[in-house]
Write a protein that binds this ligand. Structure first.
Ligand code: ZN
Length: 274
């Protein structure tokens, strides 16, 4: 069994986890709490602009782990698919500007487009953007989403499907993100993490609350749900992954709480359950 974590050296928090905080407040709150890593959601760059956001992140000493999110490649029309490519290239520019080595892809889905066709469009979209990202020194990471999101968020719902795309593209800057919330139920998880090997680019943690009261915004703090997070971390680390453990919690309940106290609870839960 994997040992518990004994320090916060690899703790990263997503800005969406502390949604009520602006980027400036998150930078301040995380640094005061001794959280070393941040994953920046693109909406957080808008109020200050990319350049000022980049400057503040640089000055903070926080390590920018990734940008969330690119993707949403499938569309009914060629114009729609082109728009998606343009937006993904903008995400690459933003990642480069703020010093993020990785963009997480929520790959997209459109009700009415068959899932296999959507996956084909996703693979084409990633293939089109990856060379541009490589030039900027940015990696692209496919995050499979729980099948409950197969209608309009992602047609990539298992790590196997993500690995299949990574293998087919065989581009060195394209890999996968393992988010325990989306893949914990999968009986092939250990095998598919092993298969991904060095292409496991990032690792997201939270927990699955029972009952789940909202399909999107009711993720639990680690330890408040039924996921064996430490087991999944062990599988991920067996591939050689020693990057950040990223806390990504969408939660109406936690967003309504005091965010400074919430960050302290995250630190405790991280040491106890990740
Ligand atoms: Zn995630």
């Amino acid at each position: 069994m994997t040992e518990p974590l004994t320090d916060l050296n690899r703790l990263c928090i997503h800005t969406i986890t502390t949604k009520p905080w602006s980027l400036a407040e998150a930078i301040d709150g995380y640094t005061r709490a001794g959280v070393p890593g941040v994953t920046v959601w693109r909406q957080w760059l808008e109020p200050l602009g990319v350049d000022e956001s980049a400057r503040r992140l640089r000055d903070s000493g926080l390590e920018v782990v990734s940008v969330c999110r690119g993707g949403f490649f499938p569309a009914e029309t060629a114009a729609g698919r082109q728009e998606a490519l343009d937006d993904n290239r903008r995400a690459v520019d933003e990642a480069e500007a703020i010093g993020a080595p990785l963009i997480v892809l929520v790959c997209g889905a459109v009700p009415g487009i068959p899932l296999d066709e959507a996956r084909r469009q996703i693979a084409d979209g990633i293939a089109a953007v990856a060379p541009y990202a490589a030039e900027a020194g940015v990696k692209l990471s496919i995050e499979p989403l729980h099948p409950m999101f197969a209608d309009d968020r992602s047609a990539v719902n298992t790590l196997k499907q993500a690995n299949d795309i990574v293998d087919a593209l065989a581009m060195p800057n394209v890999g996968v993100t393992v988010d325990v919330y989306h893949v914990w139920w999968d009986s092939e998880l250990e095998e598919q993490i092993q298969r991904a090997g060095k292409t496991v680019f990032s690792f997201h943690v939270c927990d699955w609350r029972t009952p789940t009261r909202d399909l999107l915004n009711d993720r639990a703090l680690m330890g408040d749900g039924c996921i064996d997070i430490r087991q999944i971390r062990a599988w991920v680390e067996a591939t050689g992954f020693h990057g950040f453990n990223e806390v990504e919690i969408f939660s109406n309940e936690h967003w309504a709480s005091d965010q400074t106290e919430f960050v302290e609870r995250i630190k405790d839960a991280y040491l106890a359950h990740v």
